[in-house]
Design a protein around this ligand. Structure first.
Ligand code: F6P
Length: 361
């Protein structure tokens, strides 16, 4: 069986571990396996740039961070745009697939990767997807690989904020990745004992944020920790379209939501307020034990799907077991945090604020 493999989009811990599990399964259960590793995601497939991988190339990968194939973003909306020769990236990918006579293409990636995977599948390629992302926003799976490790790193960063914030009596805003969803911030914020958690799905009210932080100080708290998602929005911003929101931020000279809110909190409370952006620390390094197990489950399961000739699907983990969804069912959908999610309710029940005005009876 001739199998193409690629990793696309932002990297995360566990990509190598998934490829290792897939390959180990394939070499021991599927006959005559030849694996083509496309370099830098879909770019390799578009440009027919690949390496033939051998069994030994998949050794010592369980703990290895990053991706041995390299990764790049290839925006979905550009996939069907044609060049001067009237050929699109989609055409080129299909040509590579045909030229190499692939039986199957395994794509490890996030939401954007899945949209392209679904497109390739609808155009006749045999695709098996694998849900990668620290954002945990892929529809149809309870969890994506890489998320747990990133949540652990982010939680540890928040842990470390407590002592320094306490020493200086400060308010600390810790910015967590997650793109347009708040899963990572919610998990890390709860695990790190944040006093306030701000996520895109629950737009915050600045007056309520200030009131809550002042209330804590009056009640004797020496410091406060705010876990804030990079995609967090104020209520004012939430009512705007993306373009209008960006224009408003630019007009006000604001770089990030975290900086703006920190500046406003300090001005309004008079309490020294600092920011910490965790950034790419959340994506780098080795997958944690939970992710290593998940990667092994998902990667070997993808191997099983290839063996069974089950294509046009992506691997998922739901209700404690590995399964699959049809690519066409999940592509283009985002799994956001429901505002009534049990974790949100539990956090609120123990006094964590989400920056909403207090409900007065
Ligand atoms: O999708 C993963 C992610 O890390 C997001 O959380 C973040 O918004 C984005 O990628 C950053 O992307 P880049 O690597 O292109 O800076």
């Amino acid at each position: 069986m001739k199998i193409g493999m690629l990793t696309s989009g932002g990297d995360c811990p566990g990509l190598n571990a998934v490829m290792r599990a897939f390959a180990k399964y394939a070499y021991s259960h599927i006959g005559n396996v030849k694996i083509y590793g496309f370099l830098d995601g879909y770019t390799g497939l578009i440009e027919n740039d690949y390496e033939i991988l051998e069994e030994k190339d998949f050794e010592n990968l369980l703990l290895a961070g990053g991706t041995m194939l390299g990764s790049k973003r290839q925006p979905f909306k550009q996939m069907t745009e044609t060049d001067g020769n009237n050929r699109s990236k989609l055409d080129k990918m299909k040509e590579t697939y045909k030229k190499l006579e692939l039986d199957c293409l395994v794509t490890l990636g996030g939401a954007g990767t899945h949209k392209t995977a679904a497109l390739l599948s609808s155009e006749g390629c045999n695709v098996i997807g694998l849900p990668k992302t620290i954002d945990n926003d892929i529809w149809g799976t309870d969890v994506t690989f890489g998320f747990d490790t990133a949540a652990e790193v982010a939680a540890e960063c928040i842990d470390r904020m407590h002592s320094t914030a306490a020493s200086h009596g400060r308010i600390m805003l810790v910015e967590v990745m997650g793109n347009k969803v708040g899963w990572l911030t919610l998990y890390a914020g709860l695990a790190g004992g944040a006093d306030m958690i701000l996520i895109p799905e629950i737009p915050y009210d600045e007056d309520a944020v200030v009131e809550f932080l002042e209330g804590r100080r009056k009640a004797g708290a020496k410091y406060s920790i705010v876990a804030i998602a990079e995609g967090a929005l104020s209520r004012e911003e939430a009512s705007l379209r993306k373009k209008e929101r960006l224009a408003l931020r630019a007009a006000r000279g604001e770089t990030t939501v975290t900086q703006r809110l920190a500046r406003n909190i300090e001005a309004r409370t008079g309490v020294e307020t600092r920011t910490q952006v965790i950034g790419y620390l959340q994506r780098g390094g080795s997958p944690n034990p939970h992710d290593r197990v998940l990667c092994t489950l998902m990667g070997s399961y993808a191997g099983e799907l290839a063996e069974r000739g089950k294509f046009g699907v992506t691997v998922a983990y739901t209700g404690g077991r590995v399964t699959y969804n049809s690519l066409s069912d999940i592509a283009g959908k985002t799994k956001s945090v429901p505002s009534s999610h049990q974790m949100v309710r539990a956090a609120k029940s123990i006094g964590v604020s989400f920056g909403e005005p207090e409900q007065k009876n």
